[in-house]
Design a protein around this ligand. Structure first.
Ligand code: SF4
Length: 321
């Protein structure tokens, strides 16, 4: 498979009055063309920060302090502002959790979906109109031509998220980032949105990164998973291996909170809380919550150990003598 994205040893820190918060601390992974990668973890695990870094869309106090991000042969951390603007929305589309705050309330849906095509000078206004109408139809908006004249408040939550997907895909990006795209929606609509993303991925052949706290959403969609905790990767592998043969105690805790992964269900938080990343636990960051903690866990951060083909776990339980 052809490589699309390569992230090596990424560190993203936030500079706060009370100290430096290490939101992402040494993350490495690869994404191939046409692949769907799920990044899963509780809130505060660093999963969203890690993908916002790909677009260099961090808040003012956030900084990428080291590492590299290579997207489609381009070194993202050395791109100019103009080159970045060109990348956002054209080569990389993004769908956020709350479509209401991403859509402009005083601009019609049609204009908003046409906008990326016009901004990137990809076609004439009349062609943009036709493409927006077609894309809205593809994402399941009935009577797209009429609805293009309407405003976001005239759409339901699920329909607004469909509009956001149309907007993210209108320039036919190579990568779609979906950051908790279903969190604000009810369970039935969540399933519809994941089915739509899957259909769109098959239609356009792009790569997808799905950020979620809900393992159940990854089952029939993601090819591979990364399980994140407190800014570190805990486990990575093919989705079926992670879901049916998990190795890391944190992944097992997440799965224990979802009795039937085929059923769409909100995760029940595991005992304890995500640590304060201004002063994270020594050694393995999961050790204060782990049922298997050993002495070494408190002293040294575990590297990734081989579990099986393309399956790795950052846990001292898998150290070989
Ligand atoms: Fe638990 Fe130790 Fe493995 Fe961390 S390294 S998950 S504390 S057993």
């Amino acid at each position: 498979m052809e490589l699309l994205l390569s992230i090596e040893d990424l560190r993203v820190y936030f500079y706060r009055p009370e100290g430096v918060l290490k939101a992402v601390d040494g993350l490495s992974y690869r994404l191939y063309k046409g692949e769907v990668l799920g990044i899963v973890g509780e809130s505060g695990s660093g999963k969203s920060v890690s993908v916002l870094s790909i677009l260099r869309l961090l808040p003012a106090n956030g900084r990428i302090v080291s590492g590299s991000i290579i997207f489609d042969g381009k070194d993202i951390l050395n791109l100019s502002r103009e080159e970045l603007r060109d990348l956002r929305g054209k080569d990389i589309g993004i769908v956020f959790q709350d479509p209401m705050s991403s859509l402009n309330p005083v601009i019609t849906i049609g204009q908003q979906v046409m906008e990326p095509l016009l901004w990137h000078n990809l076609c004439s206004r009349s062609e943009a109109y036709e493409r927006a109408k077609e894309m809205l139809g593809l994402v399941g908006i009935p009577l797209p031509e009429e609805r293009m004249k309407e405003y976001p408040f005239q759409f339901s939550g699920g329909m607004r998220q469909r509009v956001m997907i149309a907007l993210a895909l209108i320039c036919r990006p190579k990568l779609l980032i979906a950051d908790e795209p279903t969190t604000s929606l009810d369970v039935t609509i969540q399933a519809q949105i994941i089915r739509l993303l899957k259909r769109m991925k098959e239609e356009f052949g792009m790569s997808v990164i799905l950020i979620t706290h809900n393992l159940a959403l990854t089952t029939n969609f993601c090819d591979r998973l990364i399980i994140m905790y407190a800014g570190n990767m805990m486990e990575t592998g093919r989705t079926k291996d992670i879901l049916y043969n998990p190795s890391h105690p944190y992944t097992k805790s997440l799965l224990d909170a979802v009795p039937d992964i085929e059923v769409d269900k909100e995760l029940i938080p595991i005992p304890g809380t995500i640590p304060n990343l201004i002063d994270p636990p020594s050694g393995c960051r999961f050790h204060p919550r782990c049922p298997n903690t050993m002495d070494i866990c408190k002293e040294e951060a575990p590297p990734l150990f081989d579990i099986d083909t393309d399956h790795y776990s950052a846990c001292w339980l898998y150290r070989r003598a």
